[in-house]
Each structure stands twice: as C-alpha cells, then as structure tokens.
Design a binder for this molecule. Structure first.
Ligand code: TMP
Ligand code: ASP
Length: 245
C-alpha cells in the first residue's frame, strides 16, 4: 500500500482501494481540524482511539439490526468497510443544547431538549456546511424523500442505543453527527465514524462543570487541554462497557 494508491483523503481518514471493488480500507489519522479546517492540529493516538471506538459501536449497532459499512478492523487504526457513495449530508442528532444550536437559537448551553432534534447540514466545505431543510434536500436532489425518512428513523434509533450505551459508561450523549452512504444495491448504510470527534460526550461524574465534563473534540476546538486523556478515557469506558455486555 503506497501513497499513490489513495482513493481519497479527508480531514480525519484516508481511504484506500482493495482488490475487491466492493471493499475499501479506511485508515484513521491523528490529524485534527476544527471550524472548517481553519484550526489544525494533531491528537496523539486519535486514529487508533477513534477507529476502535467506532468499530465497537458499529458492531453493537449491527447486532441491533442497523446496517453499517463496517466489515472488520484489521489493525488498531484501520477499518475495512463496504464501498458506498456517501450522501452529502451531515445528520446531527441533539439531546442537549450545545454548539451551533446555542449559537443559532440562543438556547442556553445544557438545555435538555424535550425530544431529540434531527438536523441536516449540507456536507460542503466551500459553503461552510449550511443547515438544510427537508425541502432544500429534495430541491437539490441530495436524497430522495424515502431516503430522508429512513435516515430520520435510523438516526433516532441510533440515538436511543447510543444514549443508553454511553449512560452505561457514565457519559451523557449531548449530540452527534452521522453520515450515510448507498452501496452498489442502493442500500442505505451508516458510514463514516462514531467517535469523540463526532459526538459531544459529557462526563457524568464532573457534574455541571462546563470544562471538566468535556470528553470529546470540544477540548481541542475550545483549547481546554488534556485532549488525549479525554479520548483515552472514552476508549477505556467503551471497552469496559462492551466487555461487560
Ligand atoms: P455543532 O453544534 O457544531 O453543529 O455540532 C453538532 C455535532 O456534530 C457535534 O457532536 C460535533 C459534530 N460535528 C462533526 O462531527 N463534524 C463537524 O464538522 C461539525 C461542525 C460538528
Ligand atoms: N469537520 C470540522 C472541520 O472542518 C471539524 C469539527 O468541528 O468537527 O474541521
């Protein structure tokens, strides 16, 4: 495997082809970016931590009937995945107000939402990933009405599992981002990753302390320090929870 064989390089992963056109290899990087790559850095062992956490979560979801792109993890920072065409949508599910929801609505940080909020953002760096409406998705033909409905249903199902799973780790799931893709049969699969890069995770034992509780990429985004420790702590708790069953 050489640099020349790269199929695609994103901010957090490099995708390589394999001998089988239906299968790709995702290599998770330690590189970290925020604010549409205006802030750049590196988080030691992030590639390994995010791959292991994502792989474990995808396996748990598969066991509950959610179809994902995960096949296996051949190395600590690598995932063999089913080849999919990624829909250019970032699907965000929120349980508690944080981040752009607070900035755009004025809701105070930490407001518990009466019901989960599912949002769509246009995966387009040039446009700064703007918030979409269902009608805009259909207008731009980013997905079909049936796909939008399935995505909302799956996102809520995934949220129910993840909330409970992280609760068992002593972690409150504030919000997270999902991506979906279509395989060669046009089947909708959960893709990308589920990790401290793509979730907001608050340590229950830290109470309301707005900085100490953060166990996710907000430590990097907001220069809170101890970024690596937070990622390692999430990994430790996830592995413990998976082992306990
Ligand atoms: P937001 O509050 O900044 O819109 O982020 C919502 C969730 O989505 C949060 O868990 C972080 C995650 N996220 C990503 O995974 N990638 C991104 O590019 C952004 C902006 C957010
Ligand atoms: N995807 C964002 C970036 O462009 C990172 C983030 O805020 O999660 O750098």
């Amino acid at each position: 495997m050489t640099a020349q064989t790269k199929l695609y390089e994103g901010k957090a992963k490099i995708i390589y082809p394999t001998d089988n056109p239906e299968i790709l290899l995702a290599v998770f990087k330690d590189d970290a970016t925020a604010f549409n790559a205006q802030k750049r850095g590196s988080i030691q062992n992030k590639g390994t931590v995010n791959n292991i956490i994502s792989s474990k979560i995808f396996q748990q979801l598969e066991a509950r009937g959610v179809k994902t792109h995960f096949i296996e993890s051949p190395a600590p920072n690598q995932m063999r995945i089913k080849a999919v065409k990624i829909l250019p949508l970032e699907v965000v599910v929120r349980n508690i107000a944080a981040g752009s929801l607070c900035q755009q609505t004025g809701l105070p940080l930490g407001t518990v939402l009466k019901m989960p909020l599912v949002e769509f953002y246009y995966k387009n760096d040039q446009l700064g990933d703007p918030l979409l409406t269902r009608d805009r998705i259909l207008l731009m033909e980013l997905a079909t009405p049936e796909q939008v409905d399935s995505i909302i249903h799956l996102a809520l199902q995934i949220n129910e599992f993840l909330k409970e799973f992280f609760q068992g780790c002593g972690i409150t799931l504030v919000d997270f981002k999902l991506e979906f893709g279509l395989d060669s049969q046009q089947q909708l699969l959960l893709a990308d990753e589920i990790s401290p890069d793509t979730c907001r995770l608050w340590d229950v034992s830290a109470g309301d302390d707005p900085n100490r509780r953060v166990l996710d990429k907000d430590r990097f985004r907001r220069d809170l320090g101890n970024v690596e420790d937070a990622y390692q702590e999430v990994l430790r708790r996830v592995l413990e929870a998976v082992e306990k069953g």
